[in-house]
Design a binder for this molecule. Structure first.
Ligand SMILES: [Zn+2]
Length: 404
């Protein structure tokens, strides 16, 4: 692999004998030259090299990720194993690189690389891209809208931010009268798996609230430079659209986003995050969390405008979980002189859900929804409570993927 300045990038994997690990796991440290890249946890007990890579090891440049994959392949060959498996929850940039290098596997699952046949995929244009997304979404029919004039040219004007925007529609089995409309940049650095994740979560949330958010359109159209404005997604209340950063689809934009987030974390803590728990969310990803969050905003806009007294009851129920009268009191817990139980409720919201949840009541409920949606086994108490509140507020709602 040749780096930007022409030199060959090599990643070496160094065993860490002093580190205790459970069972058959071993910890390796990945290095590029004399720079530590990150940690790699391996397990060869299945005859394949099963690998969990931390965020640092996947956050470098494209050439470093490719070199890391080659180093993993070399490690497997040295140990006379059949191939390499990247466990579910591996950072998406590395999964994309791995798919390009010949790893295969379904959405949200392990990716496997059989070491025997060398394999490189070539860019096959819009049609090839859509085909790849479709293989990751069994039961979903995908159409591209190339040539259907009016809507397309309007999108071009409305979303000047990203090049190569294509309007795709996703029809969920036969039951979908109102297919999901998703506009994404389709170009050589677009990641089919990420588009499949966005569509998969959007379709599932739509199915859950059917038909409440069927008309919501999704646009992946914000360049990652707008990350300075500090959002990854935006729900437009008037147009009933959701906008997401291109950092969730394009390799170039995601690299910029990951770097930005890492710098921000370093600035906040004074050091680079060492072993971020990307695996902790599996099979969900950050993308699923943001898509669920933005869809919830659309659900709540509808609740507020068409069922006002239910929306009041909803916020009271959320407040009750945090030990106060209503969600607004949780938020006011940050004000000086607030009653102690409000302050406690505010601290719990930050601790149990997220710091971002403390921004305002709408972000609080969106973060709660996202946490609940992206939890499989053993939900934290806040997600469990929110699930019950949802059941009460939306008695006709369907089932989450984990309940089906
Ligand atoms: Zn939000």
């Amino acid at each position: 692999m040749v780096g930007p300045s022409g030199e060959t990038i090599q990643v070496t994997l160094v065993p860490q004998p002093g580190v205790d690990e459970d069972g058959p796991h071993r910890l390796l440290q990945a290095w590029t030259g004399d720079q530590p890249l990150g940690w790699v946890r391996v397990d060869a007990s299945s005859g394949w090299l099963r690998v969990a890579v931390d965020a640092g090891a996947a956050a470098g440049a494209h050439a470093e990720r490719r070199a890391l994959l080659r180093a993993l392949g070399q490690q497997a060959r040295t140990e006379r194993l059949d191939g390499v498996v990247l466990v579910a929850g591996t950072p998406l940039l590395l999964r994309h690189e791995a798919r390009l290098a010949g790893f295969t596997g379904p959405l949200r699952h392990d990716l496997a690389w059989d070491l025997r046949p060398p394999f490189e995929r070539e860019w096959a244009g819009l049609e090839g891209f859509v085909k790849e997304v479709a293989t990751l979404l069994p039961g979903v029919e995908i159409l591209s809208d190339q040539g259907a004039g009016g809507w397309r040219s309007m999108v071009r004007h409305a979303s000047s931010g990203m090049a190569g925007m294509e309007r795709l529609t996703f029809r969920d089995r036969d039951e979908d009268d109102s297919p999901l409309r998703l506009s994404v940049p389709v170009r050589e650095d677009s990641m089919p798996e990420c588009v499949a994740l966005i569509a998969d979560t959007a379709l599932s949330v739509r199915r859950y609230f059917r038909p409440l958010v069927d008309k919501v359109r999704v646009f992946v159209d914000r360049p990652a430079e707008s990350r300075n404005s500090n959002w990854a997604g935006l729900a437009d209340q008037t147009a009933r659209d959701i906008h997401l950063t291109g950092g969730y689809v394009s390799v170039i934009e995601m690299e910029a986003l990951v770097q930005h987030l890492q710098q921000r974390a370093e600035a906040a803590s004074g050091q680079a995050p060492r072993r971020a728990s990307y695996q902790g969310m599996a099979p969900f990803t950050r993308i699923d969390a943001v898509v669920a969050h933005e869809f919830w905003h659309q659900v709540e806009f509808d609740l507020d405008s068409s069922r006002y007294s239910d929306s009041v009851a909803f916020r009271r129920a959320v407040g009750a979980y945090f030990g106060v009268e209503t969600l607004e009191h949780v938020m006011k817990g940050k004000e000086p002189g607030a009653p102690p139980e409000w302050q406690r409720a505010f601290a719990r919201l930050a601790d149990e859900v997220s710091t971002y949840a403390t921004t305002n009541p709408l972000e609080a409920s969106a973060e709660l929804f996202s946490q609940w949606w992206c939890t499989r086994a053993a939900p934290p108490p806040s997600a469990h409570a929110f699930g019950q509140i949802l059941r009460h507020t939306f008695p006709d709602a369907g089932l989450r993927p984990s309940e089906r």
